[in-house]
Structure formats: C-alpha cells, structure tokens
Design a protein around this ligand. Structure first.
Ligand SMILES: *[C@@H]1O[C@H](CO)[C@@H](O)[C@H](O)[C@H]1NC(C)=O
Ligand SMILES: *[C@@H]1O[C@H](CO)[C@@H](O)[C@H](O)[C@H]1NC(C)=O
Ligand SMILES: *[C@@H]1O[C@H](CO)[C@@H](O)[C@H](O)[C@H]1NC(C)=O
Ligand SMILES: *[C@@H]1O[C@H](CO)[C@@H](O)[C@H](O)[C@H]1NC(C)=O
Ligand SMILES: *[C@@H]1O[C@H](CO)[C@@H](O)[C@H](O)[C@H]1NC(C)=O
Ligand SMILES: *[C@@H]1O[C@H](CO)[C@@H](O)[C@H](O)[C@H]1NC(C)=O
Length: 530
C-alpha cells in the first residue's frame, strides 16, 4: 500500500502532464505532421496542408488526431495562416472553416455551400455539436450570407450566428476598417479566442505580417459548453464549388486554457505557383515585347522578301530559255544603276530613258535603256531580233549586250559610250570647235555602221532614226550608231501603212512617212550640221 502510493502519484502526475501537452500544439508548416486527413486533404511535400486542390465539388478535412478535453468552463485560443488560391482571381469555390467537431470525418457532409460540414438534413440540428468559423467566398442566399467575402461564426449550421465582411480594424494612426479579399491568394492569419468563464468568442483576421489587431473582427457572447461535447476534435474543413480553387493551411497553433503560442512565420512553407501566376517581369513585360519584336521581324522579312520579289520581278517565258546568255537579271541591272537613280540618267530619248550602270559581275560600264512596252504581241519576234542584233559586230555600231524583260517593260543593255552623243557636241557647242578633221572623219565613219546594218548581214536592219543624238562616241571618239532595231518593236503586228511612223521626221527618208516604204535610203542629215 505504502509502496503503491508513490507510483500511483507518479502515474497521475504523468497523466496530467501528458494530457496538458496534448492540449496544445503548433505547426509551422505540416511536414511530417500527424493529421487525420480525408477527402482531398493532403500534406504536400513542402509541408503545406492542402485541404482541396482544384477538383470541383469536392471537400477535404484535416483534424488533429487527439481529442481535446473540455470541462464546463474551458477556454481555447488558436491561430492559423491560410490562403485561398483561385485560378481566376474574380471567382472562387466556397471556402475554409475552422472546426471543433465530435468526430474527424463529419459524416454525411456535402461539398459546395455546405463547406464539407453539414448536409441539407442535418444543417442547423443542435445534435451536430459543431462550432465552425467560416471563411466564405460565395454568397449562399439559403444561409442568409451577407456577401461573397465574409467571415462567419457557425454553431451547428451554416446560418451564421454572426458574420462580418472579411477585413480588419487597423490599430495604427490610420484607424478604421480595411477590406480583405479572402480569395486573393494572399496569406492571411486568423485568431479564434474563446474565454469560457466570460463566454466570449473573438474572431480576428489580418493580412500576414500585420500584428494581431487589438479590435477583433467579431466579438460575441456565446456559451460554447452548451454546444460542444467534452471530447472535441479541432481541425479544418474546406469545399470547392464550380470554380477551380485550392485551399491551404500553412501553419496552426492551438491551446486549451492558455495563451496561444505565436507562429513562426519565417518557417511557413511557400505556396505553389498555380493559377494566374505572378510571372517574373521578364515574362510579363519582356515576353510580349520579345514576341512582338519577333513578329515584327518576321513580318518585315516576309514583307521585304515579297517586296523584293515584286521589285525584282521579271517576265520570263519558255521560249526565252534559248536566249539565256543574252538575258540579264533585273536585280543585276538594278544594282548596276544603283536603283535607276536620277544621277545615273544619261538621257531620255524617243524610246525611253537611258541610264549609266556598272555591272556588278565584271565591273563593265554599260548603258541601260528602259523601253516601256505594254503589249506582249510580237515580243517573241522582237526579242529574237534583239538577240540576233546582239550578234552584230562592227566598230561603228553600239554593241547590244543583252536584254531583260519585266511586266510592261523591256530593258536593253548596251556598251557604254564614254563621250556621249554627237548632238551634245554639235548643239551645245562645247567641243565642236575642237573637233579636228581626223576626229570628224572617225565620227562620219558611222555611215559604214549604217551600211553594215543594211548590207553587211544576211538580214536587213532598218534604223529609221538616224540623227545626231543616235550617233554615239566611244572613248576614241569613234562614231557609233545606236538605237537601231527598236523601231521594229513598234512595227510588229501592225500595218506600217496605217500606223504612225516611228522615228523623227526630218531624219527619215521623205517617202517613208507617206508610203511606209523606202527604208533603204536614209539621209544622214547630221553631217550637214557639222
Ligand atoms: C486532386 O487530388 C485528388 C486526390 O489527391 C487527385 O485524385 C486529383 O487528381 C487531384 N486533382 C487535381 C486537379 O490536382
Ligand atoms: C477546467 O479545466 C481547467 C484546466 O484544464 C481548470 O483550470 C479549470 O478549473 C476547470 N474548470 C472546471 C469547472 O472544472
Ligand atoms: C446528413 O448527415 C447525417 C450525419 O450527420 C447522415 O446521417 C444523413 O444521412 C445525411 N443526410 C443526407 C441527405 O446526406
Ligand atoms: C436532429 O438530428 C437527430 C439525430 O440525427 C434527429 O434525431 C433529429 O430528428 C434531428 N432534428 C431535426 C429538427 O431535424
Ligand atoms: C469593402 O467592401 C465592401 C463590399 O465588398 C464595399 O462596399 C466597400 O466599398 C469596401 N471598402 C473599401 C474601403 O474598400
Ligand atoms: C475579445 O476582444 C476584446 C476587445 O474587443 C477583448 O477585450 C477581450 O479580452 C477579447 N477576448 C478574448 C477571449 O480574447
């Protein structure tokens, strides 16, 4: 008897000590915590207590596994940090409730507006023995909810005993009520304090890292000993509705009859980045800029390619293949004349404008004549003739190097004559006086070029426009006849009798304008001018 007393005492002592240690607990993150979980609730690898993931119309429960023993005048104090993270910031699925319940599975409970606490038949029944502090993000009219962002005190049912729009009463110099959005995804802290002897229940909410406000959000007088049983489980319930929302508890501290131990906010786990992510600036600002720049670049490259394709477009038909060697690429001529700019313009004649150019391939100086020609009629014959003319070689005719065809345009490439045309010397009076007889003789030899055109070749080439501006002077002041053959371009497919005569009146054989014939004898009036 004497022997057993101390051991009994020891047993008693041990028991009370064990009991008191069970009546308080703290979780700064839930990694490795022993919790009673059901529904969607789970503890994530980094220690978050996730009550629900984004699965719709589901619930999750998490209870501390050991029951708390409440005598008649118990008090308790608890605080927890939560986050309601919605995929769409403006809408969210239901909410979270802190719960004191006689069991850990809340049998028969429904998700959605029932918050995983009750169902339609047991809602409001005093035999539930449930106290809940709800953080509700939807307005359920059937429970007379005040708004879609409120904190409520529920006893045995969802029709709150007391409710208040989520927020807090700021203590500082700037006193007043501050709204908080429960579904903002921001971390918030809740305190629930019950003073049994005074039958006072306070609920306080604040943003994380704001000290517990002195004035609670709600303070009511209530005797919880009537509604709770002696053995109570503390925990959380959460439910989702139709919107994709996750509910998290990051830390939790609880004590029966005492002052709750503060959470160590620095030890709380961090939320996963889900839903509308707070992307780094590089992505939110940089990415659109980069994307639009890339789009702009692609557009300009495509535009440039199309533009170049259009700009350098040529007309090439099957029959031209055989004239390949005599054909120039438009791009080449474009480069040679630096884009046919005005500074390269040598002159504008009856058939078109003539530009000076330097061929990029062999740095040869050329003169390029642009002849506009709308009809494709007779083009084949004309090109054939141009090419055959290109085979003519005589020191008193300007050599035709080749051609290029574009839509509505023909380009003829000639040797460049460095001393220009005879008319410049004759009529500008610049070098006229300095022309010696030997030079004049060389110029006059252009007549032998004309003879060659008429007789030196199996085909007759008619010039019909022999005038001083068509007599060109090469580097050695040799007169060379230019522009021959072009008249045919305008003749082909037409009746020379009826159409106007190409050429310059006064430089043509007089009978030609009348009859369209008489191409053989042409007067070279230029020499009279000399
Ligand atoms: C939510 O959790 C449940 C159970 O853990 C799982 O089966 C389901 O795939 C999860 N849903 C999503 C969207 O993560
Ligand atoms: C209830 O229990 C607390 C400690 O757990 C004690 O201080 C208090 O006196 C008890 N009250 C009653 C009425 O038993
Ligand atoms: C409601 O829940 C209770 C348990 O609290 C259960 O007995 C009852 O069957 C449930 N009713 C419905 C309609 O689910
Ligand atoms: C409350 O629930 C108990 C047990 O589930 C049941 O016997 C009783 O009829 C219910 N009361 C009401 C008003 O529904
Ligand atoms: C707080 O929220 C209520 C209802 O949502 C709104 O009417 C009120 O203007 C808000 N007050 C402030 C200061 O944001
Ligand atoms: C509840 O809040 C009031 C201040 O409004 C305070 O005086 C009282 O001590 C609080 N009660 C508990 C149990 O924290």
């Amino acid at each position: 008897m004497l022997n057993t007393l101390p051991s009994l005492l020891l047993l008693l002592l041990f028991k009370t000590k064990a009991a008191s240690s069970d009546e308080s607990f703290i979780f700064n993150g839930f990694r490795g915590a022993n919790m009673n979980l059901n529904g969607l609730a789970e503890i994530t690898s980094n220690g978050l207590l996730r009550l629900t993931n984004t699965t719709q119309q589901q619930q999750g429960h998490a209870f501390h596994p050991t029951p708390l023993h409440f005598n008649k005048s118990f008090s308790f104090s608890t605080t927890f940090v939560f986050a309601i993270v919605s995929e769409y910031p403006k809408v969210s699925g239901h909410g979270i409730a802190f719960v004191l319940s006689p069991n850990t599975d809340l049998p028969g409970s429904l998700p959605g507006q029932y918050l995983g606490l009750f169902n339609q038949s047991n809602n409001g029944n005093s035999s539930n023995h449930i106290l809940a502090v709800e953080l509700d993000t939807l307005l359920s009219p059937e429970f007379s909810d005040i708004d879609d962002n409120h904190v409520g005190i529920d006893v045995n049912g969802l029709r709150s005993v007391e409710a208040h729009t989520a927020g807090y009463f700021s203590d500082g110099s700037n006193r007043g009520f501050r709204n908080l959005s429960l579904k903002s995804g921001q971390l918030m802290q809740v305190w629930v304090d019950y003073d049994g002897p005074n039958m006072e229940l306070n609920v306080t909410l604040s943003p994380i890292r704001v000290l517990k406000p002195v004035v609670p959000l709600m303070s009511i007088t209530i005797d919880l000993s009537e509604s709770t049983l002696d053995s109570v489980y503390a925990g959380f319930s959460s439910s989702t509705g139709s919107f994709l929302t996750s509910h998290y508890i990051l830390g939790w501290s609880f004590i029966v009859n005492g002052r709750v131990q503060d959470l160590d906010l620095s030890k709380l786990p961090s939320l996963p980045r889900i839903g509308p992510k707070e992307k780094p600036k590089v992505l939110t600002v940089g990415l659109p800029v980069i994307l639009s720049m890339v789009a702009l670049m692609v557009a300009s490259i495509v535009g440039l390619t199309l533009w170049r394709r259009h700009k350098f477009a040529e007309v090439m038909e099957d029959w031209e293949v055989e004239y390949g060697p005599h054909r120039f690429a438009y791009k080449e001529l474009y480069i040679a004349t630096r884009g046919f700019r005005e500074r390269e313009l040598l002159g504008a004649g009856g058939f078109g404008r003539v530009y000076k150019g330097v061929l990029p391939k062999n740095k040869c100086e050329v003169a390029i004549k642009r002849v506009s020609h709308e009809s494709r009629q007779g083009m084949r014959e004309f090109v054939a003739e141009i090419v055959s003319i290109g085979r003519l070689r005589h020191r008193n005719i300007v050599k035709l190097l080749g051609y290029c065809r574009r839509k509505g345009e023909l380009l003829l490439v000639y040797d460049y004559m460095s001393n220009g045309s005879l008319d410049k010397i004759l009529f500008n009076g610049m070098k006229k006086d300095r022309l010696g007889w030997s030079q004049r003789f060389r110029i006059v030899r252009v007549a032998s070029g004309l003879l060659y055109l008429h007789e030196g070749w199996e085909q007759l080439v008619v010039h019909r426009d022999v005038k001083s501006s068509n007599v060109l002077l090469d580097g050695e002041m040799n007169g060379r006849l230019g522009d021959f053959g072009l008249a045919r371009l305008y003749d082909h497919g037409t009746d020379p009798q009826t159409t106007h005569v190409v050429g310059t009146l006064g430089y043509l054989a007089p009978e030609l304008p009348k009859t369209g014939k008489g191409m053989h004898c042409q007067s070279i009036l230029i020499f009279f001018n000399m």
